[in-house]
Design a protein around this ligand. Structure first.
Ligand SMILES: NC(=O)CC[C@H](N)C(=O)O
Length: 534
């Protein structure tokens, strides 16, 4: 992941000094390169900082950021473009080491007759800040789902936009879509004092891209078509990861619980990845003192507490099944065991990273992602015992997020169906899909990227989403039946040879890994409650 820090100030004010810790966190997101740039626009000074996690473009030459040119344009880019207008449409863009998407976007934006139209037609996860010199306009924003984090703070005539907040700063999440602000001298000269900032325009985007049309044939062959769309989504996300040939280092990892969502992803990655490359399955499990106490009171023995976590049990089962289905692939099962002492040690960092998200549930999920994305654990023997310490070198992680929201995986969906049939269920599904952008993606991005990794979501691919949207609900789920949740995905999982995983029940990561309710007094605490302190 890359990191962005941008600050706008009145040119007469003292020079901007970035907060030290915030800068460290921006650099953590992009360990391959770091750069800064300052320029003037009307009566404003603009300070840009960018770090880069190098993925696309010539292998040994990270594309430096911020992107700048002699005309005074500047782009800080954190994201991946899978498709877009002009040169961003070309298949060559998707050949990992040939071109850098940020560089091409910079050229396209500079020449664009409508910057809004260009930005609206980008497909992929992103957050950016762009200064267009000719019109003295500042643009910033996030993709329609908000898959990359961007937070904003307005204060005393200054504006800070960043991938992560600084401790104590009054930041809010940037709304997905585009924001712009004209910094022309005319605007600046009518402003009475330095505390005023020019007004901003907001250009929201619908969650499902309306320009994607789904042929009727696809709707009448749902499993086959779903396979095709999802495979394509996985393919573009895999082929844009550089492969270190000749070495056994692993390019890609899956956040892996053994459930149906992540097993299908792992299986599809296998279909498109070079045969020689291993795939890391990252499986996180926590030492949960509350669970340990409860076991003690019942007189149960301690055993290996990590092996008792539900996600470890299903993870190992799924791993064995993947090995059976695809025996020529090296599947590394990485057991990431987190002692409670590590949780207390890293708690404040995780709280700072996930901010402005701040509920009990945010923390338990963020902890699971934070430790899982370190990739730091043990290679595992077939019986689940530890083999040897291992650190995953994969820069890209796959997450199964988005399957539950679109395919009826939550128990809330079942309750809605029992309450009011298809009508209520569809209402609940619509709600889930429309709130994807505001719920958890920014948080997950902030927490995962701190480890210098980026997360990719095939279930949130624009074409996959448009296809699922076009399918009648009963093709996707049959909630009147046992195991009818995510039915379409279960059928696909079965078709791909992973029968055991196709039957796995939904389990949220914080319960499967035991990162929720760790302390003795937390049994009754509800997930949506605000945490009392940061
Ligand atoms: N991590 C990123 O955001 C990467 C930016 C850009 N796609 C690159 O590969 O350089």
């Amino acid at each position: 992941m890359c990191g962005i820090l941008f600050h706008l100030q009145n040119n007469e004010d003292a020079a901007f000094k970035p907060n030290k810790q915030q800068l460290v966190r921006i650099k953590n997101r992009g360990p391959d390169s770091f750069g800064s740039h300052t320029c003037l626009a009307g009566s404003f000074r603009l300070n840009f900082y960018s770090s880069v996690l190098h993925l696309r473009g010539p292998f040994n030459h990270p594309t430096a950021q911020p992107h700048i040119d002699p005309e005074g344009n500047v782009l800080c880019w954190n994201g991946e473009i899978w498709n877009g207008p002009g040169e961003l449409k070309s298949q060559k863009l998707l050949q990992c080491c040939s071109q850098n998407d940020g560089t091409i976007l910079f050229n396209v934006l500079k020449r664009s007759s409508s910057i809004e139209d260009t930005l609206s037609s980008l497909q992929g996860p992103f957050a950016f800040v762009f200064y267009h010199a000719k019109t003295q306009t500042l643009y910033w924003g996030r993709d329609r789902l908000g898959m990359r984090s961007l937070v904003i703070k307005r204060e005393n005539g200054s504006l800070t936009i960043a991938s992560v907040a600084e401790e104590g700063g009054e930041y809010v999440n940037v709304e997905p879509g585009f924001h712009s602000c004209k910094l022309s001298s005319a605007t600046a000269s009518v402003m009475p004092q330095s505390s005023a900032l020019p007004p901003t325009d907001y250009h929201p985007l619908p969650v499902i891209d309306p320009s994607i049309l789904i042929p009727n044939d696809d709707v009448s062959n749902p499993v086959e078509a779903f396979h095709r769309y999802l495979l394509e989504a996985v393919r573009i996300r895999v082929q844009t990861i550089p492969l270190v040939s000749s070495s056994s280092s692993c390019p890609v990892a899956v956040l892996y619980s053994g459930g149906v969502d992540c097993t299908v992803l792992a299986r599809l990655i296998h279909s498109v990845l070079d045969d020689r490359a291993p795939i890391d399955l990252l499986n996180v499990a926590f030492e949960n003192p509350r669970m340990l106490n409860a076991r003690k009171q019942k007189g149960e023995k301690d055993n290996d507490i990590y092996q008792l976590c539900p996600d470890r049990v299903t993870g190992l089962q799924g791993w064995r099944e993947l090995q059976r289905c695809c025996p020529n692939r090296t599947w590394n099962f990485v057991s990431i065991d987190v002692p409670y002492s590590q949780v207390t040690e890293h708690r404040q960092t995780v709280l700072d990273l996930m901010f402005p998200n701040a509920t009990v549930m945010d923390l338990s999920i963020a902890l699971a992602f934070y430790f899982a994305s370190t990739g730091c654990g043990y290679l595992t023997n077939i019986d689940g015992s530890r083999q040897q310490p291992y650190v995953s070198s994969a820069k890209v992680l796959f997450s199964g997020l988005g399957a539950d929201e679109q395919l009826g995986g939550y128990s809330r969906h079942l309750r809605a169906f029992q309450r009011g049939g298809l009508l209520e269920l569809e209402k609940e599904l619509r709600l889930d899909i429309t709130r994807i952008p505001t719920r958890n993606l920014g948080r997950d991005d902030r927490v995962i990227s701190n480890q210098g990794k980026e997360v990719r979501y095939a279930f949130l691919d624009a074409n996959v989403m448009a296809f699922l949207q076009a399918l009648p609900t009963l093709h996707k789920m049959q909630l009147q039946e046992q195991g009818g949740d995510k039915l379409l995905l279960r059928k696909l999982c079965h078709l791909l040879g992973c029968e055991l995983a196709s039957k796995e029940k939904k389990r949220a990561i914080q319960f499967g890994s035991k990162s929720a309710k760790m302390e003795s007094n937390t049994g009754r605490v509800l997930g949506h409650e605000k945490l009392s302190s940061r």
